[in-house]
Design a protein around this ligand. Structure first.
Ligand code: ACM
Length: 264
């Protein structure tokens, strides 16, 4: 199975421009054979909001909003699955830092995830996610979704892996330097693949680190983006590697867990 990250530079509050740019990169990834394409966190709106009003001016309902419709249309047109971060406004006006998953069949909409661990000033605008960690069975693979800072909490990826994920799709807007080094270890300890799609560029003085990363269950870095360029990374994965949790004939990374000792 071929998978891709799209590393791009959204422009703050300019949804039309960001969707057009994403369209070009989705087409490029699909042309290179990717069946699953991961876009950054908040790829349609930008990240460094100054006020709740700014977020409200660009947030949309999921699935009844322009961004989800755009992603579903891209999935149908190219026959691909897409996971992408977006600002969600629910029917009561609550805001979430969410991710949408779309695919080529039916309406195209498959589901959504709402970021559970909010980072820094996100807490001023967004509600913490309330849907739990979700694994979507798309037929060719089981996809677990988490967003950016969720990586800092090993429980997030562990929960997704224990729920059966083969691949962790990880839309991101990373500003701290650690995740490109940490994600291969998260992938190793859970024996899954991970696709971190990060953004590049700067917004109101906040610089994003790029270095989108695809990591393997053996902690290999299969692809890594640059620090400052927009680009697409495409890699072929062998999913059997993620389904085998054995380390040797006597150790299995899930069966050997001792949860009775893991509380304080
Ligand atoms: C982050 O969670 N966007 C750092």
């Amino acid at each position: 199975m071929k998978v891709a990250y799209v590393q791009m530079e959204p422009r703050l509050l300019d949804v039309n421009r960001n969707l057009s740019k994403a369209e070009k990169f989705i087409r490029e990834a699909a042309a290179k054979g990717a069946e699953l394409i991961v876009l950054p966190e908040l790829f349609d709106t930008g990240y460094n909001f100054q006020s709740r009003e700014e977020v409200e001016s660009v947030a949309m309902e999921i699935p009844d909003g322009e961004t989800t419709e755009f992603l579903a249309e891209q999935s149908r047109e190219h026959g691909v699955f897409i996971v992408a971060g977006t600002a969600e406004k629910d029917e009561k006006g609550k805001l979430y830092n969410s991710a949408v998953i779309t695919g080529p069949l039916g309406s195209g909409y498959i589901g959504k995830y709402r970021k559970i661990h909010l980072f820094y000033r996100e807490k001023l605008f967004f509600e913490p996610g309330n849907l739990g960690f979700r694994v979507f069975n798309i037929g060719i693979a089981k996809i677990g979704v988490m967003i950016c800072f969720d990586w800092f909490f090993p429980e997030a990826m562990r929960t997704l892996a224990l729920k059966g994920a083969d691949i962790i799709a990880h839309p991101s807007n990373l500003v701290m330097p650690y995740a490109p080094r940490a994600m291969p270890i998260r992938a190793l300890e859970n024996r899954v693949f991970s696709i971190t799609a990060n953004r590049v560029g700067e917004e109101r003085g906040l610089r994003f680190i790029g270095k989108s990363t695809i990591a393997s269950p053996k902690a290999e870095i299969l692809a890594m983006g640059s620090e400052d360029r927009e680009e697409v990374g495409v890699v072929e994965l062998s999913l059997e590697e993620a389904r085998n949790k054995r380390i040797n004939e006597l150790n299995d990374v899930f069966r050997d867990r001792r949860p009775e000792f893991y509380f304080v």
